[in-house]
Design a protein around this ligand. Structure first.
Ligand code: NI
Length: 174
């Protein structure tokens, strides 16, 4: 397993729409293992393949992470089929947008159709944190980020700040 390099805003690849997977081959299975490794390494609770620069519809999640109790979930070609009327709010962060938290209201429940790692079609009813997390990750597959929930002004400020941070990291004085 390999910890993959995360891409971050303003990398335009994060805006790319991910492609459906026709068949879950060994390449995809390896990628899924790497995504879990990368997510756990960075202490995230969700990660989409596009966040390591691969535009395939694969999401990994673990919203149960506490000590040694892991509950890894993988969704291939996930689609939200139905949303509930009730809303819930979380302060969301994103591994692709360092040091940024945004309060976002989303449907508290949703029904997601997906393909599992064995290529089988499945349906899952999601509630609370899982519901928010899966919607956040499915947004990634559509090229949508949490900063898109903000006004243009606030969004531009964050992108500007992150662009500067990135430049400073590469700058060295010897
Ligand atoms: Ni994210």
């Amino acid at each position: 397993m390999t910890i993959k390099k995360l891409i971050t805003v303003p990398d335009e690849l994060l805006r790319k729409k991910s492609q459906n997977i026709e068949k879950v081959s060994t390449d995809e299975k390896k990628l899924i293992k790497d995504l879990f490794e990368t997510m756990y390494h960075h202490k995230g609770i969700g990660l989409a393949a596009i966040q390591v620069g691969i535009p395939k519809k694969i999401i990994v999640l673990d919203v149960m992470q506490k000590d040694d109790k892991k509950n890894p979930l993988c969704f291939i070609n996930p689609v939200v089929k139905k949303i509930g009327n009730e809303k819930s709010k979380y302060e969301e962060g994103c591994l692709s947008i360092p040091n940024t938290f945004i309060e976002i209201e989303r449907p508290k429940t949703c029904i997601v159709e997906y393909v599992d790692i064995d290529g089988k079609k499945k349906i899952m009813e999601c509630d609370g944190l899982l519901s928010t997390c899966i919607q956040h990750e499915i947004n990634h597959l559509d090229g949508k980020l949490i900063i898109d929930f903000l006004s243009k002004l606030k969004k531009d400020l964050i992108i500007k700040k992150l662009s500067k941070t990135k430049r400073n990291t590469d700058r060295i004085i010897v």
